[in-house]
Design a protein around this ligand. Structure first.
Ligand code: BJW
Ligand code: ZN
Length: 253
């Protein structure tokens, strides 16, 4: 594992230049510089302030649907007010410049799309989509329904409507996970950005790529289990390091 020296950045640019099929896995750290909270930061992460068992599980929703609903709508408001940062823009630019670039995100926000990424695999769903927790019917909501203190009722079956995110213990969207899995098996470089690498099966993807021979580049100010596995760990903020990487890529091709 090498860290954030000029030579590590240049080695990362060189790996990117040689690669033909790249997969990038992002986590909440990539949106941190847009003001969106991460989950596990010990001071201001969501799980430092809120109990995931009460807010991000079926059991929590059954016990207190109103609390869960209001918590997610509050977070949705924050996401809608946030703007993409230079890290998102650099990833969108990489998708345009590199031959095959698969962007897999654990993030439920839409900041990748808003900065121009076209194909984003949202493994943990999207906070601005809604479906019935009972029959699965998709719902578009009016703003009055979003502001209500309890979840809206399904027009098909009367069940509770919920945000289309993936809670603990729930399966990831099967088709998207399959795509991400296959791309990871076939890629020749795996870029990890802004994730603690603690949540599975997402955290398995870089390891799968590595088992198939692809090096891992990790961008994170902290050392994570994935940084320890990575060929290159660039220790710093993605909003600063990704644009530098992009610049080096342009210069040396
Ligand atoms: C910066 C930065 C900057 C800061 N620049 N970086 C195998 C082993 C053990 C457990 C399991 C296992 N397989 C499954 C499990 C159980 C569980 C799991 O993984 N638990 C572990 C936590 C122990 N997984 C599941 O339950 C999953 N489902 C499943 O496996 O289903 C199986 C099944 C099959 C068939 C039928 C039924 C079931 C589902 C997981 C769903 C995760 N959901 C959440 C919430 C989404 C909704 C919401 O938003 O509320 O997803 S939890 C939360 O964690 C969220 C995130 O996407 C996910 C990952 O977090 P992330 O993004 O990495 O954030 P942080 O905060 O952890 O890290 C941020 C990082 O950024 C840090 O490292 C910072 O340093 C860094 N950073 N600033 C760059 N500027
Ligand atoms: Zn329904």
């Amino acid at each position: 594992m090498s860290t954030n020296t000029a030579s590590a950045l240049s080695a990362a640019a060189s790996l990117l230049r040689q690669a033909r099929r790249i997969v990038c896995l992002t986590g909440s750290g990539v949106s941190a510089e847009s003001g969106v909270a991460t989950f596990r930061n010990v001071e201001n992460g969501l799980w430092a302030r809120f109990d995931p068992q009460r807010l991000a599980t079926q059991e929590g929703f059954a016990a207190n649907p109103g609390l869960v609903w209001q918590w997610y709508m509050h977070r949705l408001d924050a996401v809608e007010q946030a703007q993409p940062n230079p890290g998102h823009s650099a990833l969108a630019e990489l998708e345009h410049r590199l031959p095959v670039f698969t962007l897999v995100t654990q993030n439920v926000d839409d900041l990748h799309e808003r900065s121009g990424s076209r194909h984003v695999l949202h493994l943990h769903g999207r906070i601005n989509r809604f479906h019935c927790n009972v029959c699965g019917f998709d719902h578009d909501l009016r703003s009055s329904e979003r502001r209500a203190t309890a979840p809206p009722r399904c027009i098909a079956c009367g069940g509770a409507v919920r945000p289309s995110v993936v809670w603990f213990g729930e399966p990831l969207p099967h088709r998207l996970l399959d795509k991400a899995w296959q791309a990871s098996e076939r890629c020749d470089l795996f870029l990890v950005v802004g994730t603690s690498g603690l949540v599975y099966p997402a955290a398995q993807l870089p390891l799968l790529a590595q088992q198939h021979g692809a090096p891992i580049i990790d961008i994170n100010p902290e050392v994570t289990p994935l940084s320890e596995q990575a060929e290159i760990h660039l220790a710093g903020r993605s909003g600063a390091l990704l644009p530098r990487l992009l610049e080096l890529l342009g210069k040396e091709t």
